[in-house]
Structure formats: C-alpha cells, structure tokens
Write a protein that binds this ligand. Structure first.
Ligand SMILES: [Zn+2]
Length: 251
C-alpha cells in the first residue's frame, strides 16, 4: 500500500527557465516556473511597461538606457530620491549629471509607485517654450494640449530651464503653469538649470524669478551641484525669501 500523506496535492517539478527543482501543484507539471523566475519575469514586464510610459511622457529614450559609464553620481541620485516627494530645483554647470540624475530618479520613483504609476511629463524647456512662441494656427492645438498636460500631471520635469529670454506671452504662460502647480499641493515639479540667478532674473523678467523661487522654496528644495558636492540642503531649505536670494546670488 502506498503511503501518500500531505504530498498528494504537491509534487516536485523543474523550473522551465532555470531548471531548479520547484514544488508545483500535482496535475500542473506541464510548464512550471519557480517563484524567483516568476518574480523576475514580472519585474521585467513592469520595467518594459515603465520604459514605454516614460518615453510616452517625453523622456529622451537615451536617458532610460542604463549605461554604467553615464550613471549619475550616487550621492546626487540619493539626494533626488530622498526629496522626490516634493519640488526639486537642481542647478549646476552643463555636464555635471543633473539631467541623468533626474531621469534616474523619475524612473525609480515611477517604479516605486507600482501598479498605479503617477503621470509624468518631461519637457525640454527651451524646445517647449520655443514651441509656445509659435502663432501658427496648426500649432495651437498641440500647444494647448501640452500646456493642459503640464498643469495636470503628478510630476512635471522642466529640463534645462532658463536658457533664453522669453516674450511677455510665454512668460505669462510659464508663470501661470508654475502658479497652477504651486497652489495645488502635491504636484511635484522638478527643474534643472545651468543659468545663474542674474541670468534668470534677466530672462524671466523683473520680479518673476523671485516669485518663482519663492514657490519652489515653499514646496521643496533648491540645490546646487558642482559634480561632486553640494551645500547641505538643510542650510537653505528652511530659508525663505531674501535669505534664499542671498544664497543664490552668492553662487
Ligand atoms: Zn526558475
């Protein structure tokens, strides 16, 4: 007489992916995948889906391909992730890795959001503001759609902000957008720039830059990165108004 006890409904099969023995329900021996392989397949599927949705959100595809040689400075990435729930302002010279760090932080933050990822829109500032300047009739629907999305998304990225002088209409649209996101809490806005405070003052128009800066400070953290180090954000994240102006002007 055979002695089958608790093992009647479970048997040992081998994982069709890695070949390791794995317990499977009896009668289901056809195609089995171990827990590890199932989890990694699920992760891959999520990563593929995430990649597609971030490309659709406007993030340059080359930023999504992980390249160890171009990986952002780990300290900077950690800083972005630590503050990823709020507004971020990241300034520093071209080439120090601000955009790469931000892109990585966007991907990781979206990843952590999991099954219900929040919406993201990645705008290359100069291109976007240039497109806003067009008065061509054919462009207007696209202009309106992008602006509406920029007001709505959970996370808006304005990369390489403050590159050029804006006309009055574009300034008004930009300020309207920032104000819209500022008054509704929880609308994260991440901005990179290599422009100095004086340049921003000149390009955004007198009085505009201090207003924008005040909103950023109230909703998040401003950070200057030189490629290796930054000032501890706690030194200025608590400052308001003129203290921040002094900090900025001192850079
Ligand atoms: Zn396996």
């Amino acid at each position: 007489m055979t002695t089958t006890t608790t093992t009647t409904d479970v048997t040992t099969g081998s994982c069709k992916r890695c070949g390791r023995p794995t317990m499977v329900p009896a009668g289901l021996q056809v195609a089995v995948v171990c827990d590890d392989c199932a989890a990694s397949a699920e992760r891959q599927a999520r990563a593929d889906g995430l990649q597609r949705s971030l490309v659709r959100a406007g993030m340059p595809a080359e930023l999504l391909r992980y390249d160890a040689a171009l990986a952002p400075h780990p300290d900077l990435l950690q800083w972005c992730l630590r503050h990823s729930g709020q507004w971020l302002w990241l300034s520093g010279f071209t080439g120090v890795g601000k955009t790469r760090a931000l892109a990585r932080a966007v991907a990781i933050t979206s990843w952590r959001a999991g099954a219900a990822p929040f919406s993201v829109l990645w705008l290359e500032s100069a291109l976007w503001l240039e497109s806003l300047r067009s008065r061509e009739h054919s462009q207007q629907a696209a202009q309106a759609a992008t602006l509406a999305a920029a007001k709505r998304v959970d996370l808006l990225i304005l990369d390489d902000f403050g590159q050029e002088a804006l006309d009055d209409r574009t300034r008004a649209l930009l300020f309207g957008l920032i104000d819209h996101r500022y008054v509704r809490k929880g609308m994260r806005t991440w901005i990179t720039t290599n422009a100095s405070g004086a340049e921003l003052e000149a390009r955004l128009g007198a009085g505009r830059w201090p207003q924008i800066r005040r909103r950023i400070v109230e909703r998040g953290t401003m950070h200057y990165w030189d490629g290796k180090t930054w000032q501890d954000e706690t030194q200025y994240s608590d400052r308001k108004g003129s203290d921040v102006a002094n900090w900025w002007e001192g850079m």
